[in-house]
Ligand binder design. Structure first.
Ligand code: AMP
Length: 114
């Protein structure tokens, strides 16, 4: 599995605007924000895609969702609402091969997505 830029962010080799970090996860602002709040929540351990996650990853994936909730509270979008989304594969629009949830908010978000 080729390493991505996210592993370099985890090791703090390249800068990111980190909003939350713990032993197993990290959350940082997306470089190309699609909403007033757009944060990525990633596991520190690389899993390249949801398609390759296993039952052993279930606790970690659940943890990332709780981190997404923490991020929403930290950035004060928890009352107005937000979207937590993970893109998977080509048609899902995934461009970085290190699993991540997008946390988007700060404006009304259209549905269905494009
Ligand atoms: P996806 O297309 O779902 O794989 O999402 C990847 C996201 O990573 C995109 O929204 C990019 O803007 C974002 N991104 C890529 N490189 C960086 C970086 N160095 N720091 C922050 N966000 C990044």
């Amino acid at each position: 599995m080729p390493e991505t830029i996210f592993s370099r962010i985890v090791r703090k080799e390249i800068p990111a605007k980190i909003v939350y970090e713990d032993d197993v996860s990290m959350a940082f602002h997306d470089l190309n924000a699609q909403a007033p709040v757009h944060v990525l929540v990633i596991p520190k351990r690389q899993i390249d895609s949801l398609e390759h996650a296993t039952e052993e990853d279930a606790n970690l994936l659940g943890h990332l969702q709780i981190v997404a909730q923490k991020v929403a509270r930290l950035l004060n979008i928890h009352e107005t609402g937000y979207r937590v989304v993970m893109n998977c594969g080509r048609d899902g629009g995934q461009s970085v091969g290190h699993i991540h949830y997008h946390v988007l908010g700060g404006r009304p978000l259209a549905w269905p997505p494009g």
